[in-house]
Design a protein around this ligand. Structure first.
Ligand SMILES: C[S@@+](CC[C@H](N)C(=O)[O-])C[C@H]1O[C@@H](n2cnc3c(N)ncnc32)[C@H](O)[C@@H]1O
Length: 428
């Protein structure tokens, strides 16, 4: 028996088993001197990490080859930004063998606010993995049935007290690991292996977010004739795509950028100059202007010349469902809108796939869920949606996807998308 600070002990790399119930201490609650010392010892901890991240790393590093760690610990690190380095370490050197999520189970003697999962990780090459989720009724008898299922051969469990699935592998990335039912986790893992991400140089597909100005009251206007016509850019906002189609042309961006991506010379645009000068105080107060005072009239993001006039799919952030809308090249997207452009895809066919519940499943598993069921999509998660190669979509399926997209028919889009992915159904 040894007593000491687990994170400050250099591990010997000789353990066959590491079993633990690590403490949860948020970074803000650590003494600064202790946090500093932990950061020096644990390369996966960042200034924002909870202490349990260090406990997972220290446990993993003490394993000998073939050794296995099993912790009951919060699974936040699998899905958040401070877990990135730990996911990287696990991906590079270890194998996730089992994750048994116990969010609904009263697992501890005292109430603990963290959502725990029993997590088993081995020092070996990644092979198959098990993902399980216990229901509130999960008890000792269910635990025994779960262990029999683990040792048995079926792919999915039918037990009323837990859901469980066998995965052919694990998510080989330090990027976000998805959060969903075991059946969906298994499907996502299979799709991740079989298909390419939506954003892909091979199909010339790009995903981004619309322009943030830092002063919409100055740069966004309903007056098309406010300044020189070639400085007025039609803008598309969330309100314009609410109906599922692009409606109304009543907003313009006062565009201070030229086609090379530089700020225009104000002297060349007397009306623009006169207008912006009346707003100098407001514009110069912005953080972005203070960083570079000569650029006081810039918008936070640049206007990308390639996005101007390009056909694109637009998606509004903070919606319960993913609703792509086609802009044939009319406007420039405002922030709160994500855009997708593609050289290789017929955007209406891609729109049908993105309208389907298959795409919705990706967004639900990776996106951040807000109260009331709305989802924060974030471009980084949209990029992760896996899609078949455009060339693999048969003309008849392409026709069905296109039609479903035009009619906003989610059911038909899902049916056609499932066929496109070679799937029979979508698990709950
Ligand atoms: C969640 S409790 C688990 C206790 C016990 N292993 C169990 O399962 O009942 C976490 C324990 O870790 C201890 N602890 C916190 N920080 C520690 C550190 N840096 N090194 C070693 N132990 C620590 C706490 O005092 C607490 O007893």
């Amino acid at each position: 028996m040894r007593q000491g600070d687990y994170l400050l002990t250099v591990p010997a790399q000789d353990a066959d088993f590491v079993v633990g119930n690590p403490p949860y201490i948020r970074s803000d609650d650590l003494l600064p001197s202790a946090r500093q010392a932990y950061l020096g010892m644990c390369s996966t901890m960042t200034p924002g990490s909870d202490i349990f991240v260090g406990f997972i790393e220290a446990g993993l590093r003490s394993l000998k080859r073939g050794g296995v760690l099993s912790y009951i610990v919060a699974d936040r690190w699998m899905h958040n930004s401070y877990g990135r380095r730990l996911r990287g370490l696990v991906t590079d050197c270890y194998a996730v063998e089992a994750v048994c999520e116990m969010h609904g189970v009263n697992a501890f003697a005292e109430d603990v606010s963290a959502y725990p999962a029993i997590t088993q990780i081995r020092r070996s090459r990644q092979d198959g993995a098990i993902y399980a989720a216990a229901t509130e009724r999960f008890d000792q008898a269910a635990a025994h049935r779960f262990m029999s299922w683990v040792q048995g051969g079926t792919k999915r469990s039918e037990d009323p007290d837990f859901r469980a699935a066998r995965l052919p592998g694990w998510f080989h990335t330090e990027g976000m690991w998805p959060s969903a039912s075991p059946e969906r986790i298994a499907l996502l893992e299979t799709l991740n292996d079989a298909f390419m991400p939506l954003e892909d140089p091979a199909t010339g597909t790009r995903v981004g977010i619309g322009i943030a100005t830092g002063a919409d009251d100055v740069f966004v206007t309903g007056n098309e004739a406010l300044v020189e016509p070639d400085r007025m850019l039609p803008l598309v906002t969330t309100a314009h795509i609410k109906s599922g189609h692009l409606d109304g042309h009543d907003k313009w961006l006062v565009n201070p950028w030229d086609d090379a991506g530089d700020l225009v010379e104000l002297g060349a645009y007397p009306q623009l100059e006169a207008y912006l000068v009346t707003k100098t105080d407001r514009l110069a107060r912005r953080h972005i202007a203070q960083r570079s005072p000569a650029d006081w009239y810039r918008t936070i993001d640049k206007v990308h010349p390639r996005l101007r006039g390009a056909p694109k799919l637009l998606l509004a952030d903070m919606k319960a469902t993913i609703q792509p809308v086609l802009d044939p090249g009319f406007g420039y997207p405002h922030h709160n809108l994500y855009w997708i452009t593609s050289a290789g895809w017929d955007l209406e066919v891609l729109g049908g796939i993105l309208l389907s519940r298959v795409a919705q499943m990706f967004v639900e598993a990776y996106g951040v869920k807000m109260r009331g069921g709305t989802l924060r999509f974030q471009a980084q998660y949209l990029r992760l949606i896996r899609v078949p190669a455009p060339s693999s979509v048969s003309p008849s399926l392409a026709g069905r996807l296109r039609q479903a997209f035009k009619m906003r028919d989610v059911g038909e889009a899902t049916a056609a998308a499932l066929e496109t992915y070679g799937l029979k159904h979508l698990p709950d």
